[in-house]
Structures are given as C-alpha cells and as structure tokens.
Design a protein around this ligand. Structure first.
Ligand SMILES: [Zn+2]
Length: 578
C-alpha cells in the first residue's frame, strides 16, 4: 500500500462508475502501519459502508481528491466521520436516506484538509494567550507594546514577548539592552526572536538569570558582547536556558488547554486539519487531550516529544504511534543546528557579507547519537532539526549508523527543515528514504532574509523540486511561529518561489499546484504513518477537507495566497465556516 501512494496511476481516468467509487473503501485500507480499528478495516468495511446511511452528503462540488484512481469527483458521502462514498452527484445522492443532510457546495473547489507536518501549535497558542506579539514594524512600536503590557503585569512576573523579527522592523538594527531598559526598566523582560533560537533581555532579566559581562558562554550558546566586552542583551541557543530556568511558570493546566483551543481555531481557519507538533512535552500531550475532552480540539495532532522528556515516555512504555486519529504520539525530536530566519543555521559556506560566520551547531554528533539510539531502540521514529548542509550531514551519519545497528522495516527517519542540500545529501536521503519537512512559506514571507544566503545557495534551499525528483516525500511545514501557516500561502510560495516584493529565489525549485497540494496532504499523512487514514478524499478515510472560494488550478499563481478558505471540515464536522 505504501509503495503506490506517490505514483499517480497513469491509467486512472475520471469516470464516475458506481463500482469504482464503492471499491474505494477497499483501496483505502490495506496494510496500515498503525492498525486500523477492526470496525473500519478489511472487506467487512466495504459491505458496512454500502449499507450505512450517510450522515451527510456534500454534492455539486469540484473535488480534487489527491487519489490518483479517481482524481476528480462531484460528491462525497460521509458516515461516522469518514468518507463512505466518492463519485458523481447522481451516484452519491442515490445513497441518501431520509435523515441524510445534503449540502450543496455550489460548484466550489474542495481539497483534502492540509497537514502542517512541522509546527508548534500548543506552545504558540500559549504565547498568543500570555505574551506580547512583537511582530511589529519598528522598535518604537515594540517598546510601546512591552510598556503597555508592563502596566498590567503583577510584580515578580516577567514581561515576555515573542515573534520579534529584526529584519521586519524599519530600524535596520536589532533590539538592544538599552531599548528594552528604556521601555521597561522595572520588570524583567525577555523577547524571543521569531526564529526561536535567540532572545533579547533587559538588565533586570540578566540580573535574575545571574548573567554579567564576566559570565562565560555555555557550550552551544552565546551571551553576545560588543567590541568593548559589554553585554548587548542578545542571547542565543543554550544561553537562553538560564533565563528559562528563572522565569516563574505561570501557565495553568487550563491555560494549556486554552492555548490549544486558540491555535486550533487560528489554524483550521486557513485550511489546516492536521498538525505535527514538532517539539511537544508530556504537558502538551495532556493539553491536546484536555482540549479534545472539552470539544475544542479542531485539528488532529501528531505530537513529537523532545529528547529532554523522552525518558519519561520510554519508561511509561509509550512509543511512536500510541494514541488515535485525534491525538497521537509522534517521533522523538532533537535539534542539530540553528535557524534559517535567525541566520544561525550551520552552513558549509559562510553567510553572505559575514565571511567568518558559518552558523552554529546545537548538539554534537555523539549527543544526537546517544539520544537517537535510546529512542530508536525503544521503537520511536526520529525527527531531527537540521537546516544547514553540515548539520544535515551530521544527522545523516547518525541515521545511517542506527540503521546499520538496529535494522528496522520502514523507519521513516525525518530531517526537520532539511533546508540547504547538495547532491550527496540527496543520495544519502534516498538510500534511507528520509523524509524532509522543508519550510513552506519562507520564500514568500521571509524573502528579505534570503539575501544572507544568496541567489546561488537558494537554488539548493527548500528544495522541493529536487526532493520530488529524487522520489522523496517532502511535506508542507510552517514551523509557526517562525513561519506563517496559511495553506494557500504555502502553495503560492512553493509554486512561484517569489517573495512579497516580487523577487524570485531559486526558480529551479518550483513545483506545480498539483504537486504542492500532494505535498501538503498525502505526504503529510505519510510522514506520520497515517497515509491509510487521511491525506486524500477516498472511501474509508477520515472526512477532513477544505472548501475554497476559488480554484487553485485556475488561479494566477501570484494570487494563490488570496484564495479564501470558506469552510474546513474535520471528521465530518465543520470546524470553520466563514
Ligand atoms: Zn520547529
């Protein structure tokens, strides 16, 4: 089953025969990597589906199913949260009973729900609840927002900001200690960069974290100093840890649940029906389950667990795949290097204009191996953040070694981001069938940062064309908060490779609209071993879909981002309606 999913069947036609769409039920199940519940598997399902009255029929639609055996359809029947039939209006409406709700889609385009395979939903939901959104266009505006928050902040608490982006402020420089001290002199302040790998502290924060000009840098991190040795307030990577240790935890269990509720609302509105939480904790898992119990979990979650929590999970006997189609334990996550948006990715060639700056590693090969071995031996999938080519080579060394030492069928090693590639990396990834999760919206949204990488290197970055041509299965991935998540922005960025000012970056990596949709749906399902459950509109699969205001196949690629998402359905229920 897994081998045929990325090879469109050249013999498939668009005919809507009853036999063809009813047979879809059998095609959709097969050998699942995770066992499909008995009630939904095998030929018994086909019979029961034919006998089950549909709860809902959506008709008069332009369905692009992402199922090569029946790429286009007019109608679907849904029963028990799954598609029970896909085909023509006539055939599907013929299945309706008196209690079936019929929804006329008025010729709107329908796609499978999008899967954002690498993002940080629970965490970003909490940030939106409790912190200052510093995605503002001047340092003065950021200072004003922080000052305003300080007036409402109880004593002993910190003023925290997130999504600050130095390349998007008009000042042409980074935030400084002096900026933050001037804005908020009497509370500790820590503002995190959008890239997530650096932060900016004021004097009160430095004092509480016991960091001064004489404090040595930790391994894998830096307290930045100016030419005269004074702290600038900028800290990165592991130098952020002393601050995190002294910030009092203020999020309650209820805040965790509320954060999930908020971000699920924000994401489903843009067409996302499943997310991979790329850096979850046991508390995040609890938050997703709490939100599910309260009816607020609008999307499905595949939750990666950070290596720092892996011992707790392994000793509980939990491994990748545990859970169900709503909340499932994903792989173990590690981090090999810095960020693309923060210009700290570990590269073989220096940053443009900074001849001595090659970026930073966040872990040694031995560390990556040690945790990787522990989790892999316990049955976990591995996902490792690696942006720069040197960091990617480092994690490939680890994956190749694990594959030799602990052979496993279908390991689906993932390289999170996998941004800067070369021919030898592609060969090695092919040999192990490694899954890359490149940033989907960076070219469009973070175009102004691409100058630090340069035109030539951009031909080898976010390399969807190369990945697809090599037979790999790249996913759609926002990495929100660092990147933006709307599904239509991902399509535009991947199809045009053009930023918001019209500059084209790495045109050789363009892919088609059809390919971009496949990447955002089926490939996302594959990356979490769920290709038999979701990723396409097929009988037997979960009824997750998105109804669009315009057809992306007929749209000028430069306006794909403006296509309105009118409705989003997860498990047969509308979770968003405009
Ligand atoms: Zn991430």
């Amino acid at each position: 089953m897994t081998d045929d999913i990325c090879q469109p069947d050249s013999k498939a036609d668009n005919g809507f025969t009853r036999r063809r769409f009813l047979n879809g039920a059998a095609l959709a199940v097969g050998t699942a990597a995770f066992p499909v519940p008995a009630s939904a598997a095998g030929s018994a399902q086909q019979d029961s589906l034919q006998r089950t009255e549909p709860d809902v029929i959506l008709y008069n639609g332009h369905f692009w199913t992402v199922n090569p055996r029946l790429p286009r359809a007019q109608a679907v029947a849904i029963s028990g949260g799954r598609f029970s039939a896909v085909g023509s209006n006539e055939d599907v409406l013929g299945l309706a009973s008196a209690r079936t709700r019929k929804v006329d889609l008025a010729q709107k385009t329908v796609l499978p729900g999008f899967i954002d395979a690498h993002t940080h939903p629970a965490e970003s939901g909490r940030l939106h609840l409790r912190q200052v959104d510093c995605d503002l266009r001047s340092i003065a505006a950021i200072q004003a927002a922080l000052r305003e928050r300080a007036t409402k902040t109880p004593r002993e608490q910190w003023v925290l900001g997130f999504k600050y982006d130095d390349t998007k402020t008009s000042d042409g420089r980074r935030l400084t200690l002096q900026d933050l001290d001037a804005a908020v002199p009497d509370y500790p302040v820590l503002v995190t960069h959008r890239g997530g790998h650096e932060a900016f502290a004021n004097s009160a924060a430095l004092k509480l974290a016991r960091v001064d000009a004489s404090t040595p840098n930790p391994t894998g991190g830096e307290f930045e100093r100016d030419s005269s040795g004074h702290l600038t307030g900028r800290i990165n990577e592991r130098a952020i840890e002393p601050f995190n240790r002294v910030i009092p935890p203020t999020n309650t269990r209820n805040d965790y649940r509320e954060g999930v509720k908020l971000i699920a609302k924000m994401m489903t509105k843009t067409g996302i029906t499943s997310v991979g939480d790329a850096l979850g904790s046991p508390e995040d898992l609890q938050a997703y389950q709490d939100a599910r119990d309260s009816g607020d979990l609008r999307f499905r979650v595949y939750c990666f667990i950070h290596s720092s929590s892996i011992d707790r999970m392994i000793s509980a006997g939990v491994r990748t795949g545990f859970g169900d189609e709503w909340v499932r334990v994903g792989g173990m996550k590690q981090v090999a290097d810095g960020a693309i948006s923060g210009r700290t990715a570990r590269l073989s060639q220096p940053y443009v204009g900074h001849p001595n700056d090659y970026g930073t590693f966040s872990a040694t090969e031995e560390e990556l191996y040690e945790y990787g071995h522990k989790a892999y031996a316990a049955g976990w999938q591995l996902g490792t953040h690696a942006n720069g080519d040197v960091a990617i080579e480092r994690i490939l060394n680890v994956y190749e070694r694990l594959n030799r030492e602990i052979p496993r069928k279908d390991p689906r090693f993932r390289i999170e981001h996998c941004t800067v590639i070369n021919d030898s990396i592609i060969q090695r990834m092919r040999a192990l069938n490694v899954i890359p999760t490149p940033f989907s919206t960076y070219v469009y949204y973070h175009g102004e940062k691409m100058q630090y990488y340069g035109e030539e290197r951009l031909k080898h970055m976010f390399a969807l064309r190369t990945f697809l041509d090599a037979g790999l299965r790249p996913t759609q991935a926002s990495d929100y908060p660092p990147g933006e998540f709307p599904a239509m922005m991902a399509l535009q960025s991947e199809v045009t490779r053009t930023d918001m000012t019209g500059h084209v970056w790495g045109a050789n990596q363009r892919i088609s609209v059809e390919e971009a949709i496949y990447v955002g749906t089926m490939n996302g399902a594959y990356a979490s071993y769920e290709e038999n459950l979701k990723g396409s509109i097929e009988s037997g699969k979960l009824a997750d879909l998105v109804v669009l205001g315009r057809d992306p196949f007929k749209e000028d690629p430069s306006t794909l981002v403006t296509i309105p998402v009118e409705r989003t359905m997860v498990g047969g229920t509308w979770v968003y309606e405009s």
